[in-house]
Ligand binder design. Sequence first.
Ligand code: NAP
Length: 313
Amino acid sequence: MQPIPFLSQSDEAEQAAWVEALSLAMPDERIVPFAALGRDDGQAARVAIVANPDPAEVAQLPGLVWIQSLWAGVERIVHDLQGFDGTIVRLVDPELARTMAEAVLAWTLYLHRDMPAYAAAQREARWRPLDYVRPQERSIGLLGLGELGRAAAGVLLQAGFPVRGWSRTAKTVPGVETLHGEDGLADMLSKTDILVCLLPLTPQTRRLLGRRTLSHLPRGASLINFGRGPVVVVDDLIALLDDAHIAHAVLDVFEREPLPQESRLWSHPAVTVLPHISAETNRTTAAAIAAANIRAFRQSGAVPKGIDRTLGY
Ligand code: NAP
């Protein structure tokens, strides 16, 4: 059987860790980093596994029918691989969804239980109890009802929060009031206390959350962005935080990562900066997903469902 090329621009140690995890998950296959791939094997490869691949390397594998990416987000690969006309399969991993749902619940509770306000009060040695609000009275708005959004909705509902969810197309999610389209967005935002963004970055979602949209939030609402940085217009967000229209923002993703030292977000008192950690790919479970997809392809020629490049996700 032809080896499976592994293409990544990450450092050598990370590449070696991936090759090891992938080899363990599919002991019948030979996973070979692009640099070690023979020319004939490269010509014959029909499937490759990638994690931020170099497009020039992908172009040297002319027989590829599909590629398995190890990341859930695809905006970079969609941009970089415009010359590749095979199927791009992204990572859909229940463990990733569980991790993200856990993060959404953790940071929702952080805002719900007023932790930023108590931390600020402690810094000033001020004893200042705030009124308790029951989760039933705190409305969560979820932007994105995909793999991650639906998992997040489940844990939020279980914790007692009413959840409204917004997506591009109409959706039914048990227990969630669902909305879609531009009117649906304004409607949802106007009734949201904590807004959680789990949208992919596409031409339609880039700069979606600016002054115009975020102003629909009631005064005192908060934002959690775990989707992609450029969905939020940072200058508009800072203006809304400065005049306390938005009380707090928890941001895990940014236009430039690592977040540059000079960014005003680092020191803004109403911002919590996280270093893109809300849901990292787990190597073991991701390798198992890739292995199952490749096994099915070897057995029946079935290519897993790919992303829609025209939509960008
Ligand atoms: P997904 O399954 O593709 O779901 C995307 C959701 O967004 C869908 O509900 C989709 O609507 C909705 N959507 C897309 N474009 C829209 C638009 N223009 N207007 C309204 N809704 C729109 O993706 P996922 O697996 O849940 O992942 C979501 C994103 O999370 C990823 O793309 C990635 O950027 C990010 N992520 C972040 C981390 C982190 O550590 N911070 C980790 C993993 C992933 P439809 O249902 O109608 O298609």
